[in-house]
Design a protein around this ligand. Structure first.
Ligand code: KIV
Length: 256
């Protein structure tokens, strides 16, 4: 509907209950429990390290905190590449943990599974372009679809995902013109991250939005808050006030 009315769809990652409670009050359209949580929440160097158990636990926490939001959860690395039955069980676990849709990466080899999941009542979001679960094949976090052949392949993948039944597709790190062309070619929504201004919506990692990840700032990230500095300032104020006996005060105590 929003694609037709040209209203942007806004999605943010979320991984925990307290943040989900705040985001439940926001104007966001959906929350994504991205497998990026392997990096942002668990400190691994890539999303290959995300497991189904991690995804289940974080999905359940977010769904408890944000009952009014549409919740999408990532099927982690290889959880949908072993057999149809194992893939269905993986999707079932995420849905029963509180997701209302799942996301998986890549088109090749996934199309019949997507059709099967959709027929089974599981809305599926696709993800093409820079697909971080393929980091070891891609050889790094690089813009995808720069050559005419790669661009053509991404266009075909997007159409195939739509045909298989996906309700939306994440386009990650692709040239803006290509993202615009793919968006125009589809009836379903495209959700961009590093894909320019013409996709039907945007998704961002919450640590990037809040300025909490100082390790790395890709070009497509905007810090909407200087979160690290604010956080550190509050923690140092607390530390200072305890050391200098300014906290706790009488009003923070139980006298009897
Ligand atoms: O895992 C994730 O956070 C994602 C988004 C960056 C699209 O897949």
């Amino acid at each position: 509907e929003k694609k037709i009315t040209k209203e942007k769809i806004v999605i943010l990652t979320c991984y925990d209950y307290s943040t989900a409670k705040i985001l439940n009050e926001s104007s966001l359209d959906a929350l994504l429990i991205g497998d990026s949580l392997a990096m942002t929440m668990h400190g691994f160097k890539d999303t290959v390290m995300a497991t189904l158990l991690m995804m289940e636990l974080h999905t359940a926490a977010v769904s408890r905190g944000a009952p009014s939001k549409f919740i999408i959860s990532d099927l982690p690395f290889l959880s949908y590449r072993q057999s149809v039955s194992r893939s269905v069980i993986a999707a079932q676990k995420l849905m029963q943990a509180g997701a209302q849709a799942i996301k998986l990466e890549g088109a090749a080899g996934n199309l019949s599974l997507i059709a099967y999941l959709v027929e089974s009542g599981i809305p599926v979001m696709g993800h093409i372009g820079l697909t971080p679960q393929f980091i070891h094949s891609l050889g790094g976090y690089k813009v995808q679809g720069k050559t005419p052949a790669q661009a053509e392949r991404l266009k075909q993948d997007a159409l195939a995902l739509e045909q298989a039944g996906c309700f939306a597709i994440v386009l990650e790190c692709v040239p803006s013109l290509l993202a615009k062309e793919i968006t125009a070619s589809l009836k379903i929504a495209t959700i961009g991250i590093g894909a320019g201004v013409d996709t039907d919506g945007q998704v961002l990692v919450i640590q990037d939005l809040l300025g909490l990840n100082l390790d790395f700032k890709p070009k497509f990230v905007n810090h909407f808050l200087d979160g690290s500095q604010l956080f550190l300032k509050a923690v140092n104020q607390y530390s200072h006030s305890v050391k200098y006996k300014e906290f706790p005060r009488y009003e923070h105590s139980y006298p009897t």
